[in-house]
Write a protein that binds this ligand. Structure first.
Ligand code: HEM
Ligand code: NAG
Length: 331
């Protein structure tokens, strides 16, 4: 063999290696729809059943579960880290200001996990449970259902500081929101789409009472807040009372319906947070808001797609991480 041929062979060998490696990486990294078809065929059914039962008891559960998945994915990827309890040595994500006391739905996840462990021990990850439960919550409240690619593994780290650094606060401007979402790989359009999740659920007074009582030095009430809506909010959140049992629905007329009223509320200056109303502060995002407000089906399609994308942020797959046997504690 002359050297020319040799270099040709070795380069094609190198090519094959590269292709093989790529293939292996893909196998390792890709989430799959139907991931539990063989290892735990009833998994998705059990999750939906438990979410449904909890929802019938308290329809706020849907909002809680949807937000849990979002807060999981934006902090260290969708690795179930939001579910880990704090210990003497570690303040976990769930105890950071954006999460405590407002996150809810943990007991639902505990019940799901207990049932799954009893039928398929150590198989279904907590991170996947969150992704399925969020999908079921969207479906149960009137959104479009979608297939959830699965195979996420659970992380072994949870830090309250990381939650604080990665979750956008309700005081955010459009630029700040855009940056936070871009850091997680989202376009501005996807950000506007995902914000429609605020069609569900409630907020604690502390998340928006500055808009009612101390907007800035010279103006008490946020002028971009509809005065009628502000009056309603003031009834629910008396001045100076930020106790954790004071809450207001984010979409007062249909707090347990996944619909486009979030967007029509914004157009009527009835967005609850500064960050919600901020979506009207650029021509492009304002256009998207009115487009969504007018097209329920289009938004629901875009929302389902964006949820699938959110569920892929920095996932652990293959042999990385673990499958926790109790979602609250690392194995
Ligand atoms: C765009 C940036 C976002 C900001 C600044 C934000 C902020 C907040 C805040 C402050 C609350 C109320 C917490 C409380 O006081 O109780 C909340 C609730 C909620 N958020 Fe967001 N959020 C954002 C995006 C999202 C996304 C992308 C989703 C899901 C895809 C989501 C889902 C929810 C849900 C469902 C609730 C209601 C929770 C409940 O009723 O328990 N949010 N959000
Ligand atoms: C307070 O807010 C109002 C309304 O947005 C604005 O006109 C005014 O300049 C602000 N004052 C200060 C001190 O920032």
């Amino acid at each position: 063999m002359n050297s020319r041929m040799l270099s040709c062979c070795s380069s094609s060998l190198a090519m094959t290696m590269v292709l093989l490696t790529c293939h292996l990486i893909v196998l390792k990294a890709e989430l799959q729809v139907g991931f539990y078809s063989f290892s735990c065929p009833l998994a998705e059914f059990i999750i939906k059943d438990e979410v449904q039962k909890s929802f019938l008891f308290d329809n706020g559960v849907a909002a809680g579960l949807l937000r849990l998945h979002f807060h999981d994915c934006f902090v260290r990827g969708c690795d179930g880290s939001v579910l880990i309890d704090s210990t003497l040595f570690n303040l976990a994500e769930k105890d950071s200001p954006p999460n405590n006391p407002s996150l809810r739905g943990f007991e639902v996840i505990d019940r799901v996990k207990a049932r799954l462990e009893s039928v398929c021990k150590g198989v279904v990850s907590c991170a996947d449970i969150l992704a399925f439960a969020a999908r079921d919550s969207v479906e149960m409240t009137g959104g479009l259902t979608y297939d959830v690619p699965a195979g996420r593994r659970d992380g072994r780290t949870s830090s309250s500081l990381e939650a604080l650094l990665n979750l956008p606060p309700p005081s955010s401007t459009l630029d700040q929101l855009t940056l936070r979402f871009a850091l997680k790989g989202f376009t501005q359009e996807e950000m506007v789409t995902l914000s429609g999740a605020h069609t569900l659920g409630r907020a604690h007074c502390s998340s928006f009472s500055n808009r009612l009582y101390n907007f800035n030095l010279t103006t008490k009430q946020d002028p971009t807040l509809d005065p009628l809506y502000a009056a309603l909010l003031k009834l629910q959140c008396p001045k100076g009372d930020n106790s954790p049992n004071r809450v207001a629905s984010m979409d007062p007329w249909s707090p347990a319906k996944t619909d486009v009223s979030y967007y029509s509320n914004l157009l009527a200056n009835r967005g609850l947070f500064t960050s919600d109303q901020a979506l009207l502060t650029s021509p492009f995002t304002a256009f998207l808001v009115s487009q969504n407000a007018q097209n329920d089906f289009l938004w629901k399609m875009k929302f389902a797609a964006a949820m699938v994308k959110m569920g892929k942020i920095d996932v652990l797959t293959g042999f990385a991480g673990e499958v926790r046997s109790n979602c609250r504690v690392i194995n």
